[in-house]
Design a protein around this ligand. Structure first.
Ligand code: SF4
Length: 467
């Protein structure tokens, strides 16, 4: 897989779209993605592989010869959703289509998918996307049960065929897999152990992305800050952040998701020192109770986690913090849930995601008794979300009157409004006296502009562009 193909694929879809048409094989594919940013980026890689193979990408499954579902199984409901989507493609509905299941559910369920949905002919885990063309070729000659489920622990995606969807922010995987063993999580089973890319290959891809017109890069990994440069340069994660930020043309570097155990002061120092590194850290806590954290095998206590929060809050540059929280983990008592609520008071998160625990298949938590009733989980989630909502509102209201630089990535012609993201990852909707969002004036999409905040809600800010 040569880099010349990478470049041509990006030229087709990147911000500086230009010429470069790959030979078509007259067939089309559709891909639907479930789950996190890692999965979204995996779909971009699959799309790159398919375009290089001569397929065209289409927006509707009924226009496609090949339909892929790139799946997530972090929560059981996500897997159920995939099977219900598969139900729409029974043979009577679409006899000639090739239906493929990719990603975590594929890796986890394997052959079982053929039993539950016999019209599926391809099952491929996330470590086998490079083999997709070969696997597809087997299906095309009539093989009805083709599987690619090898967990290739040497695969680090050193060269990538990628068709990026987002014209403003480029995702870039720097570490695959996970060596932690959280009892509720399937990732170590479905994606395998941690494998970091070399810093040289990452920096080369960043330079390429700048050439394609990207100025904002989001470094991805299930535990992104566990990155270890396997080359003799031996860069730490913090050193890599700085090196990426120093590539000429880069204006913003984001990273997600950070694991608290590997979150070191050098990362905060890098954010303080280098303005191109965005002042936002996503640092999932999952629970405020040390006993529950131990049952989850998160490898830190409440106190150790809060030390990391204190470190970030003490930075000279304000850094926003977001988190993930699970309520109703097996055995979580009322008092332990209260500990999570009290942690919110201390952490003062700027945003985040919260979920009811659901028994994931193939994880150690499957053996635990799901002791908290659905009703109680629902109550705890509502209480937690209401509390977090009021914290977010107060934190956002404190920003009224301040001016932020945003990268404009959306617009609403209906209300003559633009939307962008601050470095601290807040959504800021704004009006601009000199540019019409209806398209009559100059487009601001892809530009960095200064916006003064005039109003705040719990999930976004409102303001007006200033010059
Ligand atoms: S750190 Fe835990 S939750 Fe995150 S991917 Fe690894 S095992 Fe899953």
């Amino acid at each position: 897989m040569g880099s010349s193909i990478d470049i041509r694929l990006e030229m087709l879809t990147g911000p500086r779209a230009a010429g470069g048409v790959l030979p078509s094989n007259g067939k089309a594919f559709f891909i639907e993605t479930f789950g996190c940013q890692m999965n979204v980026h995996d779909s971009e890689k699959v799309a790159g592989v398919m375009l290089a193979r001569g397929y065209q990408q289409v927006d509707q499954p009924h226009d496609a010869d090949v339909v892929f579902f790139n799946t997530c199984s972090i929560r059981e409901k996500a897997a159920q959703k995939v099977f219900s989507r598969l139900g729409l493609f029974r043979p009577g509905e679409s006899p000639t289509k090739i239906i493929g299941v990719l990603g975590c559910v594929a890796q986890q369920e394997g052959e079982e998918i053929f039993e539950r949905a016999p019209w599926v002919s391809l099952v491929c885990g996330s470590a086998s996307y490079r083999k997709l063309p070969d696997l597809l070729a087997q299906v095309e000659v009539g093989n009805r049960r083709v599987m690619g489920l090898d967990l290739d622990v040497d695969e680090t995606f050193e060269t990538e065929l990628t068709r990026r969807d987002n014209p403003f922010r480029a995702y870039l995987t720097i570490i695959e897999g996970c060596d932690k063993a959280c009892t509720y999580c399937v990732v170590p089973f479905t994606r395998g152990p941690e494998r970091s890319r070399t810093s040289a290959s990452i920096l080369q891809e960043v330079r390429q992305l700048v050439d394609f017109g990207y100025s904002e890069i989001q470094l991805l990994g299930q535990t992104v800050n566990s990155y270890r440069d396997p080359s003799p340069r031996g860069m730490s994660f913090a050193e890599l952040l700085v090196a990426v930020a120093q590539v000429p043309g880069i204006r913003r570097v984001r990273f997600t998701t950070s694991h608290p155990r590997d979150f070191h002061p050098e990362i905060v120092q890098a954010i303080e020192a280098v303005p191109e590194i965005c002042n936002h850290v996503h640092l999932p806590v999952q629970s405020g109770s040390t006993r529950v954290l131990a049952a989850m095998q998160r490898t830190y206590t409440r106190e150790q986690y809060l030390e990391k929060i204190a470190l970030i809050r003490a930075a000279r540059r304000p850094i926003s913090i977001t988190s993930d929280i699970i309520v109703g983990f097996p055995g979580e008592t009322d008092a332990e849930f209260e500990e999570t609520l009290s942690l919110l008071d201390v952490a003062q998160y700027d945003g985040g995601f919260s979920f009811k625990f659901s028994l994931p298949i193939y994880t150690p938590a499957r053996q635990m008794e799901d002791s908290v009733s659905e009703e109680e989980k629902g109550r705890r989630l509502a209480v937690l979300q209401e509390k977090q909502r009021s914290i977010q509102l107060a934190r956002n209201e404190a920003l009224v009157g301040q001016t932020f630089e945003v990268l404009v990535d959306g617009r609403s012609s209906r209300v003559e409004q633009w939307a962008g993201r601050t470095s601290c990852n807040r959504v800021l909707n704004f009006t601009s006296p000199s540019a019409s969002s209806s398209g009559a004036g100059a487009s601001l999409l892809g530009q960095y502009v200064q916006v003064k905040v005039s109003r705040a809600g719990p999930n976004s800010l409102v303001g007006e562009r200033v010059t």
